[in-house]
Design a protein around this ligand. Structure first.
Ligand SMILES: NC(=O)c1ccc[n+]([C@@H]2O[C@H](COP(=O)([O-])OP(=O)(O)OC[C@H]3O[C@@H](n4cnc5c(N)ncnc54)[C@H](OP(=O)(O)O)[C@@H]3O)[C@@H](O)[C@H]2O)c1
Length: 229
């Protein structure tokens, strides 16, 4: 049976490339974006290449938007195999921890942590109905305790927190066939990181590998290799 995947924040950058790679593997991809027009154009671009991609609007900070996506998936497909929590924001580059604006930290947490948490709450029950699911949380080296440095404190805290979400959920879902892993794409050239040296193809690869080839759970990966939290 054809697998079905949801990718968040997929109108551009790494998320768009994850959609492309998943669809190339024969997976039906639900490309989601908060901006309807940008999302539709992105999905159309992939469909023009013959890929099986549909658009659905999704703002990961909006409970109603998440609920309507979950209802639409249930009604349309009755199943969901893959969730890639990719949407993310970086608002405090260059700030020290003492300088940072708490409102920016709060906003970052809403998107980068509470968004994925809300999506898991809404979509894991659908996965459990078929006892199959692959959840990939797009984290960052900036969230690893082993690499923690200064700068972008809200972003770093959010990526450490999404790693905690990975671990908690993986433990709670142990014994089911739903896996949860974090991955770090490395410094990828996108709107978020104009100085990134890696391509989106390289940045997306490990997320797609985790979603399609791996049965391990509760781990943190970079370049298809387990890395330190
Ligand atoms: N690039 C890097 O070097 C790098 C390194 C480590 C980790 N990452 C992580 O990789 C992921 C993708 O980053 P990227 O580099 O591809 O960044 P990007 O080009 O800035 O793309 C971010 C995406 O997230 C979407 N988004 C933001 N807030 C959203 C919301 N509330 N609801 C739905 N979508 C939302 C954006 O939509 P709009 O177009 O509407 O803003 C955009 O599609 C992020 O989680 C990021 O933290 C990136």
């Amino acid at each position: 049976m054809q697998k079905i995947a949801v990718v968040t924040g997929a109108n551009r950058g790494i998320g768009f490339e994850i959609c492309r790679q998943l669809a190339h593997l024969g997976i039906k991809v639900i490309l989601t974006a908060r901006n309807e027009e940008k999302g539709r154009i992105a999905a159309e671009k992939l469909r023009d290449d013959g890929l099986d991609v549909v658009f659905h609007s999704l703002d990961v900070t909006n409970e109603g938007s998440i609920r309507s996506l979950a209802e639409w998936i249930e009604e349309t497909f009755g199943r969901l195999d893959i969730l890639i929590n990719n949407a993310g924001i970086l608002l405090d580059r260059g700030y020290t921890t003492l300088q940072v604006d708490i409102d920016k930290v709060r906003e970052t947490m809403e998107t980068n942590v509470y968004g994925p948490l809300r999506l898991c709450k809404a979509l894991v029950p659908i996965m459990l109905k078929n006892d199959f699911g692959r959840i990939v949380n797009v984290s960052s080296g900036a969230g690893a305790f082993s690499k923690m440095r200064t700068g972008q404190p809200g972003y770093s805290i959010s990526k450490t927190a999404i790693n905690a979400l990975t671990k908690l959920l993986a433990n709670e879902l142990a014994g089911t066939n739903v896996t949860v892993n974090s991955m770090a794409p490395g410094p990828v050239l996108t709107d978020m990181n104009p100085n990134g040296k890696r391509s989106v193809e390289e940045g997306a690869d490990t997320a797609v590998w985790l979603a399609t080839e791996i049965t391990e759970t509760g781990k943190f990966f970079g370049d298809r290799t387990e890395i330190e939290w």
